[in-house]
Design a protein around this ligand. Structure first.
Ligand code: BES
Ligand code: MN
Ligand code: MN
Length: 456
């Protein structure tokens, strides 16, 4: 461990500089104008992996953005760890709220600021540097593969097919992922669950054009008024989702398990303060950690329609739109939920409007067992570097490919995320503390050691 700490100490500045190179590439997967940047980011990672000691690295095309694949096989009889990460990032808007430009990374207050600093460029880069250490130090105890994709933030639409077509290449014993967060800097934790997702866009159409709201108001059904009512009716007074059949496949969690989860040292006051709200809300009968970890949810992500420009314009709009996401838990299936949503939403539309629902993307949830060799290895690694046994907990976020890996490759993933809530992922002013970045680089090689011992 001393060697590792010295290596980090001596190379800190270079690690950050190299990460900055990646952060400067605006690889926003959802926007066509960034198509060339996706390739640039893929090239950058390929080069970083080769420089770090990968034997081979290549850029593999998919139906969407390319995947970077690299490997170092030291002995075919040893286990294979496959590192997964994503080089794509979320859009940066509203850009005026950033204190420094999103693609001009800088260090302030011991943190790296920029889009992707945590999610996931900063976190995946910890793996590149940990790998570099193990190669240079001659201490790599097993085989390593890297699969870094560019479509995670848009739901990994091409990755199911990609995994099927490349199943041989991606063969491995465990998948190692840093794309989640910890409960707190002093509460090391390992994510044991992710939620699935159904994401839809709805369009409500009334009259064939925006109408004069004086001449027509009160006599013609207003699609924006209607949409607001329809959305309001999707949850009841207990904040339960009203779509019939929605909860049918939700796996209940035993009282014992709930009690164990309740022991996780989650600081609710800090959580509220961080986002500046004085009260929280959600499904009646569940704690905050349970509401995000083991219960599904429904949220409007955006809503628009009619006149939203400066000043007043007296119209009765022709159309109203909303983007709605539903976070799912085991054993809900996103395709089934899409169907339930579509038929429910159409059924509640009043006469006078037409409703169209488009499915934008989706994916399934994931639960990772704590009695798995990789969990034990990760747990020991955290205990060494944090001086505390990590707490298992279920996160509310989603990484669609993780369930695909299980389904297509039959391989479990271990979610060793080092992010914090304060990292503001997907928000303006995303950041990643240097402390977490270095802590990750320090913990990862220990995982490899313990995992290889587990597999002997
Ligand atoms: N890294 C996140 C997911 C995450 C963050 C999980 C923190 C747990 C803790 C990932 O990049 C992400 O944002 N996923 C999307 C998936 C979607 C776009 C299909 C999400 O959860 O919204
Ligand atoms: Mn991510
Ligand atoms: Mn993300």
């Amino acid at each position: 461990m001393e060697k590792l700490n010295n290596f980090i100490e001596e190379n800190k500045g270079r690690f950050v500089e190299e990460l900055f190179g990646l952060l400067r590439i605006p690889s926003v997967s959802s926007k066509n104008e960034h198509k060339a940047d996706m390739h640039k980011a893929a090239e950058y990672i390929k080069k970083s992996l080769l420089d770090a000691g990968a034997k081979t690295a290549e850029i593999l095309p998919t139906d969407g953005h390319p995947v970077v694949y690299a490997e170092k096989i030291i002995d075919p009889s040893l286990p294979v760890v496959m590192v997964y990460g994503h080089y794509d990032v979320q859009p940066v808007e509203p850009v005026e709220l950033w204190k420094s430009p999103p693609f001009e990374p800088e260090i302030r207050d011991e943190r790296i600021w920029g889009r992707g600093a945590d999610d996931d460029k900063g976190q995946l880069f910890m793996h590149v540097k940990a790998f570099e250490f193990m190669v240079k130090n001659g201490s790599l105890p097993c085989n390593v593969k890297f699969m870094i994709e560019g479509e995670e933030e848009i739901g990994s639409p091409s990755l199911g097919k990609f995994c099927e077509e490349n199943a041989g290449k991606l063969k491995c014993d465990v998948i190692l992922v840093s794309d989640t967060s910890m409960i707190g800097r002093d509460v090391p934790s390992i994510t044991t669950g992710l939620r699935g997702l159904s994401y839809v866009e709805v369009e409500v159409t009334g009259p064939n054009r925006d109408l004069h709201s004086g001449l027509y108001g009160g006599a013609v059904v207003n699609p924006v008024n209607v949409l607001a009512k329809m959305i309001a009716s999707l949850t009841d007074e207990n904040n339960r989702i009203t779509i019939s059949g929605f909860y049918d496949d939700v796996v209940g969690v035993s009282q014992e398990e709930r009690q164990a989860m309740g022991k996780a040292p989650f600081d609710i006051e800090k959580y509220k303060k961080e986002i500046d709200v004085d009260e929280l809300g959600g499904e009646a009968g569940y704690s905050t950690m349970e509401r995000t970890g083991i219960r599904p949810s429904l949220d409007v992500n955006g809503i628009w329609g009619g006149y939203t420009g400066e000043g007043a314009k007296t119209i009765l709009p022709s159309k109203a739109f909303a983007k709605i996401s539903m976070r799912l838990v085991p054993d809900q299936n996103s395709k089934k939920i899409d169907e339930l949503f579509i038929s429910h939403f159409k059924s509640i539309a009043p006469p006078g409007v037409r409703v169209d629902v488009r499915v934008l993307h989706g994916g399934e949830g994931y639960v990772s067992p704590v009695d798995h060799s990789a969990y034990r290895a990760a747990s020991k690694a955290y205990e060494d570097t944090f001086g505390k046994k990590p707490v298992p907990f279920r996160s509310g976020g989603s990484i669609p490919i993780i369930s695909l890996f299980e389904k297509v490759l039959g391989v479990k993933s271990i979610l060793m995320g080092f992010g914090l809530e304060s990292d503001a992922i997907h928000s303006p002013n995303e950041n990643y503390p240097l402390w977490n970045f270095y802590k990750g680089i320090e913990t990862i090689p220990l995982f490899y050691d313990y995992y290889s011992k587990e597999m002997e």
